[in-house]
Design a protein around this ligand. Structure first.
Ligand code: E4P
Length: 214
């Protein structure tokens, strides 16, 4: 499983990229809004910081408006891919974009059937939202596993991005469930590194070193 960073914050992206683990970035309108900047400027800058795919989401809700908006976003940089919601208009847009060679990430996926439809419409990626399902007492990881099983049975090559990741356990579970990618907030990425025994081990090594070199 690879890691994408789920943020539109340039500082977080720079820090995470320096760790050498970031294979791409996902954004959404809420994350872009937090930056209080023009979406095109932000996406262009992010695309310059990472070599992998950068998901930029359309705001439009109809096919007629989504398609030109998507083309404009895709034109910002070679590694920009387009996020569309899993609606009829979204699938129509994903299908049209696939025919033009523009990759899509179909988002807001909450059921296996939505994921399969998105894949068949030509989506390069589908994003099941793990945390938001957990929030309503449904099993988000089970959804990822079911999608992965269905894709494996039918030889579907669309990649599964485990999204709406809230904590490190989600990451481990998503990897075991068959997600090809987990998109994680920066604070979750840092939390993955932490273990009290690592901290205690470093402290002990340094104390022993100092004692022996007094
Ligand atoms: C990813 O593509 C989504 O934008 C994101 O993971 C949503 O996460 P949230 O449910 O924490 O807002």
């Amino acid at each position: 499983m690879k890691f994408f960073l789920d943020t539109a914050n340039l500082t977080e992206i720079k820090e995470a990229v320096a760790l050498g683990v970031v294979a791409g970035v996902t954004t959404n309108p809420s994350l872009i809004a937090r930056e209080k900047r023009n979406i095109h400027a932000v996406i262009k800058e992010i695309a310059g910081l990472v070599t992998g795919p950068v998901s930029a989401e359309v705001i439009a809700t109809t096919y007629e408006e989504m398609l030109p908006e998507a083309r404009e976003l895709a034109g910002l940089a070679d590694n920009v891919i387009i996020k569309v919601p899993v609606t009829a208009d979204g699938l129509k847009t994903a299908s049209a974009l696939a025919a033009e060679g523009i990759k899509t990430n179909v988002t807001l996926v909450f059921s296996p059937n939505q994921a399969l439809l998105a894949a068949r419409a030509g989506a390069a990626y589908v994003s099941p939202f793990v945390g938001r399902l957990d929030d309503i007492s449904q099993d988000g990881i089970e959804l990822v596993k079911t999608i992965a099983d269905i894709f494996a049975i039918h030889g579907v090559e669309t990649e599964i991005i485990a999204a709406s990741i809230r904590h490190p356990l989600h990451v481990t579970q998503a990897a075991l469930a068959g997600a090809t990618i987990a998109t994680v907030p920066y604070k979750v990425l840092l939390a993955l590194l932490k273990h009290p025994l690592t901290d205690a081990g470093i402290k002990q090594f340094l104390e022993d070193w100092r004692k022996a070199n007094m």
